[in-house]
Design a protein around this ligand. Sequence first.
Ligand code: S3P
Length: 172
Amino acid sequence: MIITLTGFMGVGKSTVSEMLSRLLLCNHIDLDKYIENKELMSINDIFEKKGESYFREIESKYLFDILETLQEKMVILSLGGGALLSAVNQEAVKNKSICVYLRAKHSTLAERLKKGKKHRPVIKEISDNEEEVKLKELFQAREEGYIKSASFIVDVDDKGLRQIVDEIIALL
Ligand code: S3P
């Protein structure tokens, strides 16, 4: 069984996936880290040197590699926030995993994304005064994919990590 975690940048997919895998005694894979290891380049450099469309291509390729070849009984796979923009990826994640959408309010996400913006290629060029509008646009472009693929939605606003993880476990 593959449990995928999806949601917007900054929602906490990697942190949740780490604790979830510890409690469920299974491995976790972070799709972005997997891509970085395979390509021997950071996500930032891939965007900068090869462009977003190349990134989307390999993101899809490695997502399929994992979904189709994984033999483990159970594994947690956290996806990048844009991995479900593609209908093909949405379909594969829906059919081959139990997908949990970690949902947060715009205000929660905007607050969390203020720090470390420069490590996030999709938002690093956005100036402070256009941040609210641009983040909303990005969110709207991605949310349909999260909802289409999700088996469950877990709201994370004002919840601690342990509570979020316990909620996910109760849903599985
Ligand atoms: C992206 C989200 C990132 C990463 C890449 C693109 C996006 O992952 O895959 O920078 O388009 O939303 P996180 O959601 O883990 O930050």
